[in-house]
Design a protein around this ligand. Structure first.
Ligand code: LMR
Length: 323
């Protein structure tokens, strides 16, 4: 029997004034599962919080600068990290590693200190390495719980849906395409064979290429004014909604996420795939569906790169232990 008391959640967005953070906060303030929305950033979170507080919703919105980060994080149920810099045309996501690794390490230390039980969703790029940086930082602080750390990779699933729909004329909302691997280059492996739409190998190659290049196309189209922000915020808001509903006991909620995964060898550790959420975060990593020959080849290539990206993130933290 479903209990009558519904849970509401305190959500902290770290990087709230950024290009993803702003539309994300606008979406979260409209989510009825959010009781408190805490905006943290190094610039202007107070103004954005005041702005959002004029929207007539029951949610309490507050803004926090670095000296008040503990107030942004204390008792938070869900922490979404979109902080860091975006790429410019001509850059790969990996080129952001040096700029963003310290940001993610420092914020993960604060999360370990003030919100050790929160579910954490990482958005910042390069995602494959940033998840590893966060995991190792939390582990060193003694608060790493593999059920609670996620890289949010569902933007790739959305791209696979919209690009297949664009190609075939199908309704994008009716298409289901699991995406495996990670969130850069050939680590992104969409399984178009699962869509129910018959495609030739050449068509699957073309669509896979389009999904992989999705972020680059936006970066180029924005011409130096950042990367995906609106679609990224949409993906994260949808992901966060599913996580909160699952924390509140709803079953069967699945989204593509990068987590510590039983689907890959110990040396790779983190892998994006459809994950079912539960009351404590990861409920279950769904088993892999059957892959066709093209997808098997792509998965092999993915794992080689993914392992390197993850090792780079782990080594950055282990070679520079927390003080
Ligand atoms: C994306 O996929 O759009 C984001 O990871 C941003 C980027 O730089 O591609």
């Amino acid at each position: 029997m479903r209990r009558s008391v519904q849970l509401f959640f305190k959500v902290a967005v770290l990087g709230a004034s950024g290009a993803v953070g702003q539309p994300l906060c606008l979406a979260l303030v409209q989510n009825r599962k959010v009781s408190e929305l805490r905006l943290y950033d190094i610039v202007s979170p107070l103004g954005d919080a005041t702005d959002l507080s004029h929207i007539p919703r029951k949610v309490k919105v507050t803004g926090h600068l670095p000296k008040g980060i503990h107030r942004a994080l204390e008792d938070a149920d869900l922490v979404l990290i979109s902080a860091g810099i975006p790429r410019s045309p001509g850059m790969f996501r990996e080129d952001l590693f040096n700029a963003n690794r310290h940001v993610i390490q420092d914020l993960s230390k604060e999360v370990a200190k003030y919100a050790p039980r929160a579910v954490i969703g990482i958005i910042s790029d390069p995602l494959n390495s940033m998840v590893a940086v966060a995991a190792e930082t939390l582990r060193q602080a003694g608060t790493y719980d593999p059920r609670k750390l996620f890289g949010i990779s569902s933007l790739d699933t959305m791209r696979a849906q919209s690009m297949l729909a664009d190609f075939t004329g199908n309704d994008p909302e009716q298409l289901h395409i699991p995406v495996l691997g990670g969130h850069s280059g050939q680590t992104i492996v969409p399984l178009f064979s699962q869509s129910g739409v018959p495609l030739t190998r050449e068509e699957a190659e073309y669509l896979t290429h389009r999904v992989r290049r999705g972020g680059d196309v936006v970066v180029n189209a924005k011409g130096g004014r950042g990367s995906s922000s609106l679609s990224a915020a949409y993906a994260v808001a949808d992901w966060a909604d599913c996580v909160m509903r699952a924390l509140d006991g709803e079953e069967g909620l699945v989204r593509s996420s990068m987590v510590e995964s039983p689907l890959v060898p110990e040396t790779t550790r983190f892998f994006a795939s459809p994950v079912e959420f539960g009351k404590h975060g990861v409920q279950r990593v769904l088993p892999l569906p059957p892959l066709n020959e093209y997808e098997e080849e792509q998965l092999d290539r993915c794992l080689a790169d993914l392992e390197k990206n993850i090792r780079k993130g782990l080594q950055f933290v282990t070679s520079k232990p927390s003080e």
